[in-house]
Design a protein around this ligand. Structure first.
Ligand code: SAM
Length: 473
């Protein structure tokens, strides 16, 4: 039986409720009156539930879809302004005991090069990432209790935070590792992680079990209930995601929103972020082997709907997507993107050569340098941000949501974006990027509403020019 507040996976992600939702959406996809009422509700910026959202996803009336896109753009602007936060993934180890059919790290793959970074190699990787200008990482690892136990992950986090190379520093480490125990989540929290990210892959239990035929990840309930254990372990910021392409997107979308509703119902705070990865070609993985690939149009519609359904939840687009697709969805509500990513283990310090046996998790579509990405964002009118202030100021979970709800983002996140962009421009940018960026900062300073905050930002920007670093609101 469906119960958003239950702690049992099959009750808060009820297959029956999803099927009924999809039937309701089909029955109402041309019901203009209902669709108008749902869009009007979304305009109040308090979000939509999975039933309402599913009706909009099913709807194919061009004018209504245009309204959804326009509203997504508005909400993105109101809640996140033009800021886009940048990060990079750091692959620690691709040893894995699972059998995931879509991932080349699966145990049976004898062809892929298995690698696990030593602490010395992590120093090299992080130094290379700092030299690009990154301040925020998402660490990634396969699931392997022998090769990648929690102690290894914790040691890596310590090492990453300890590296101070020139003016560089990694100030926020987000973690994307397999579902684990409350005790281990507590240890991650104590190690000072930012967001704990875990993709559901698919909410469809039967498909989930087929796609994960062997290994600990086979257990649907253990995986689906992971965010509750993470929150029980003290992690306030969790990141959800579905791997689009594996199952029917409408089913996944309803499941994703039900998961967000569940977190809100049980913990009083929804997910910090939602990621929208699509299955990509990888070593022995052919995405066309999965029947449910989605077009760029559907992808854009999903992004816009996520924005209007969960306005307070950040949205992440990785380099799985091309420059063109990223350009299209950025204004629809994206708040974070990765830049200059390598999905191979050790790939930042020593990029893989064509003749190498790959250790990569998937092919990257957007292969530009971080400087190119920053430059491109600014030319499109976005404000690249390397901000990590919230979590360092203890603004996690509902405290971050308070900031959004009180509309303090422009007095807080906006100056932080300007300060961290200025650091980037001083330390890492190419000449043209620096010129465009300095002009952008001048213009954007005017958008800080509170005069005191604006004056402090100006003062700190000047100090950054003189060599000081790491100011934050
Ligand atoms: N092993 C951990 C787990 O099971 O959750 C960590 C995550 S893995 C390093 C990161 C994510 O990459 C997976 O959750 C999956 O959604 C995604 N992924 C795996 N294979 C992929 C592929 N071929 N294309 C795109 N994304 C893929």
């Amino acid at each position: 039986m469906y119960n958003a507040a239950s702690l049992k996976a099959e009750e808060f992600i009820s297959d029956e409720e999803i099927r009924e939702t999809l039937a309701y959406a089909d029955a109402n996809k041309d019901n203009a009156e209902l669709i108008d009422a749902i869009i009007a509700k979304a305009r109040e910026r308090k979000g939509l539930n999975h039933r309402e959202a599913s009706v909009l996803l099913a709807c194919e009336i061009p004018e209504k879809i245009e309204e959804v896109y326009a509203l997504a753009r508005e909400i993105k602007q109101d809640f996140y302004g033009n800021r886009i936060v940048l990060f990079a993934p750091l692959y620690l180890s691709n040893y894995c005991v699972n059998g995931c059919l879509y991932c080349p790290y699966h145990l049976k793959n004898k062809h892929i090069a298995r690698k696990k970074l030593t602490q010395e190699e992590i120093v090299k990787e992080v130094t290379a990432l700092q030299d690009m200008g990154h301040k925020r990482l998402a660490i990634e690892a396969g699931e392997d209790p022998v090769n990648n136990p929690i102690e290894y992950i914790l040691e890596c986090i310590d090492t990453i935070y300890s590296i101070k190379h020139k003016n560089g520093a990694i100030r926020r480490v987000n973690v994307n590792i397999a579902a684990t125990t409350v005790e281990n989540y507590r240890k991650l929290k104590e190690a000072g992680i930012g967001t704990y990210i875990l993709f559901q892959e698919t909410y469809h239990k039967e498909s989930y079990e087929k796609l994960h035929p062997t290994g600990p990840k086979h257990d649907y309930a253990y995986h689906t209930e992971a965010m509750d254990r993470a929150m029980e372990g003290g992690i306030d910021d969790v990141g959800l995601g579905v791997l689009f392409g594996l199952e029917l997107y409408r089913y996944e979308f309803a499941g994703l929103l039900m998961h967000a509703e569940h977190l809100e119902a049980v913990h009083g705070v929804g997910p910090h972020t939602i990621s929208v990865p699509r299955v990509k070609h990888a070593d022995d993985i052919d995405p066309s082997a999965f029947d449910n690939g989605i077009s760029d149009d559907i992808f854009a519609k999903l992004c816009a709907l996520i924005r209007i359904c969960v306005p307070y939840t950040g949205m992440i687009i990785s380099t799985r997507e091309s420059q063109k697709v990223r350009e299209r969805v950025l204004p629809l509500g994206v708040s974070q993107i990765s830049g200059a990513s390598k999905t191979s283990v050790g790939g930042y310090a020593e990029p893989e050569q064509e003749e190498d046996v790959t250790s990569a998790q998937f092919d990257v579509s957007d292969q530009r340098t971080l400087d190119e990405v920053v430059n491109w964002l600014m030319k499109l009118g976005h404000l690249p941000s390397f901000c990590t202030a919230c979590y360092r100021e203890g603004r996690t979970g509902d405290r971050f949501m308070e900031l959004c709800k009180n509309m303090q983002i422009l007095n807080c996140c906006h100056p932080n974006a300007l300060l961290t962009l200025r650091e980037y421009l001083e330390d890492y940018a190419g000449e043209e990027t620096k010129r465009i960026g300095m002009e952008l900062i001048d213009r954007e300073l005017k958008h800080i509403p509170n005069p005191k905050a604006r004056a402090t930002a100006e003062e700190n920007l000047r100090k950054i020019g003189e060599g000081q670093r790491d100011f934050r609101f």
